[in-house]
Design a protein around this ligand. Structure first.
Ligand code: ATP
Ligand code: PH2
Length: 167
């Protein structure tokens, strides 16, 4: 497979959160053009934005894919829908949220797709697992993921609950 390399952020804060995250990985791998190449540890994180909601489980995965960014987004949105995602409150509770963080070292700026993900530099729940996978990975227009994490010391609490091998 001539592979593009993309990093995805996965988050869930409703129902059996870990089961939703595992299913998302299975569904991603079932797409012939997508291969899950790496996954981070599983983190319990305080909700950001709308704070009157349950904690999240978050993780980051690296996928290899022959899809382009738009096609990848279509597939991740379909998986969100299959996992029962209902769009209610902005930044509110959800069974599954999949965001495209990085796609190779490309920048994308379209009405429905912005890469690097617009919020990622402020989100410890994204930067901690991303830097775990690769501290040196380049966030286009910014620099390395490890530096982004160092620049973002305050914010929501992020606790490791399971290592990559344990979930
Ligand atoms: N990099 C990206 N990854 C996923 N969706 C994106 C991205 N850039 C823009 N979008 C758009 O954002 C919309 C996602 O809306 P959604 O309801 O998931 O927002 P949210 O999860 O509440 O907030 P956030 O996107 O900040 O996590 C999608 O319709 C999609 O078109
Ligand atoms: N901790 C945490 N907070 C969030 C998350 C998330 O995945 N984790 N997703 C949100 C909507 O994109 C809003 N707030």
């Amino acid at each position: 497979m001539h592979a593009n390399s993309a990093y995805l952020s996965l988050g869930s804060n409703l129902g059996d959160k870990e089961a939703y995250l595992k299913k998302a990985l299975v569904y991603l791998d079932e797409v012939p053009e997508i291969r899950v190449a790496q996954k981070s540890s599983l983190y319990q994180t305080d909700p950001v934005g709308y704070t009157e909601q349950d904690f999240f489980l978050n993780a980051v995965v690296r996928v290899e894919t022959t899809l382009n960014p738009d096609e990848l987004l279509k597939n991740t949105q379909e998986i969100e829908n299959r996992l029962g995602r209902k769009r209610t409150i902005h930044w509110g509770p959800r069974t599954m949220d999949i965001d495209i963080l990085l796609f190779n070292e490309e920048k994308v700026s379209k009405p429905d797709l912005v890469i690097p993900h617009a919020e990622m530099l402020h989100r410890r729940f994204v930067l901690v697992p991303l830097a775990e996978l690769d501290r040196q990975i380049l966030i286009p227009g910014f620099g390395q993921a490890g530096k982004a994490l160092e620049d973002c010391p305050d914010g929501e609490r992020v606790f490791l609950v399971k290592t990559a091998e344990q979930w």
